[in-house]
Design a protein around this ligand. Structure first.
Ligand code: DAH
Length: 339
């Protein structure tokens, strides 16, 4: 038996392999369950007792030797692939993917920058709110449909704890803690109990604006929004204010901008009207000023609110709002160049 061990040892010393598969075949030949070395272990029971110790050690040594040898053959193939020894130094390095800002953040920052140039500061409020800040202080009638479970996510009832449905709630918080002059914008997430579709989502983003001081007029509102529209959509942009209704503003309006895609001539984005609706606005209702602790004899103000997704869709020609929430890198990568 000792002779066979020695013979195998010589044989294994001489083995070579050209491919990984060949090395694996050698492993099977010597080391698998039915391999030549395992057979030696099988015959070990027939070895006379006085030789068992020496013979056992010899078979174990052979096995360790074979394992080392075959492992090093195998390693030499994987090194050629990825290790430094066989590396082709002329190959280009692996590129590192750079991240990019989310398109909604890009649009939000751009809107904030524009209003900052007019002296508006940024303030934020909580997403989990109470009835007072979202509805009552904003002059919503007790039976207003927005107070319904179908439109609003309630966390608790009596007293109401709910997810804010608009960032107008932050106006209230600002007026409660600050006396005029107030010039601020409030970006943030809002929540509505809506079926998710290409045009609506249960979570989206708004930017609210508020300006309260002595002698603030509708003309100031109009001029501020015209400035914003031209900075954001281009200097040829026109705006149009259509009468509307919100409980917290009087008078109220809906603002349209001339379609930036067709320049107002009419296309499928503006549904051939030449105009795109982008926000609600109006003069802060004197009731709201009073409810928030501001003297409505001395002060007047204007407010506006816009949806960030809607504006991002118009800016980038995105047709489905859900894309903003799926975080598919193939979509997000397209905004690499945006700041
Ligand atoms: N809060 C309104 C909404 O979510 C948007 C809005 C309209 C905000 C008019 C305002 C405003 O400040 O004056 O639809």
């Amino acid at each position: 038996m000792l002779d066979r061990i020695k013979a195998l040892q010589h044989e294994i010393e001489a083995i070579t392999a050209q491919t990984k598969d060949e090395a694996e075949a050698l492993r099977i030949k010597y080391l698998s369950k039915k391999g030549l070395i395992s057979q030696l272990f099988g015959e070990f029971k027939n070895v006379p007792d006085d030789q068992k110790k020496a013979m056992g050690a010899a078979i174990n040594d052979l096995k360790a030797f074979a394992q080392d040898k075959i492992n090093s053959l195998k390693d030499s193939f994987s090194e050629k692939k990825g290790g430094s020894q066989g590396a082709d130094l002329s190959l280009p390095g692996e590129s590192m993917n750079l991240g990019s800002r989310h398109p909604l953040a890009v649009v939000r920052n751009e809107i904030i920058d524009i209003f900052a140039r007019l002296g508006f500061v940024v303030s934020e409020g909580p997403e989990i709110e109470d009835d007072w800040h979202v509805f009552s202080a904003l002059n919503f009638a007790p039976e207003h449909p927005a107070r319904d479970m179908q439109d609003t996510f309630f966390i608790e009832k009596d007293p109401d704890v709910l997810l804010r449905t608009h960032t107008s709630s932050v106006q209230v918080r600002m007026m409660e803690k600050t006396q005029p002059p107030i010039r601020a914008i409030f970006p943030g997430r809002v929540f509505r109990n809506e079926a998710i579709s290409a045009r609506a989502h249960c979570i989206f983003h708004q930017i609210e604006g508020l300006y309260v001081d002595e002698n603030v007029s509708f003309a100031d509102l109009k001029q501020t929004l015209l400035y914003f529209a031209r900075e954001f959509f281009g200097e040829k942009t026109e705006i149009r204010l259509r009468p509307s209704y919100f409980p917290f503003t009087e008078p109220s309006a809906e603002m349209d901008v001339s379609c930036s895609i067709c320049g107002g001539k009419g296309c499928n984005v503006c549904k051939y009207t030449g105009w795109l609706e982008i926000m609600g606005c109006g003069m802060v209702d004197p009731n709201v000023l009073e409810l928030c602790g501001i003297d409505n004899q001395k002060y007047t103000g204007f407010a506006f609110g816009m949806g960030v997704e809607r504006i991002a869709m118009l800016k980038y020609g995105v047709k489905d709002l859900r894309l903003f929430f799926e975080n598919d890198v193939r979509f997000l990568n397209q905004f690499q160049a945006a700041h």
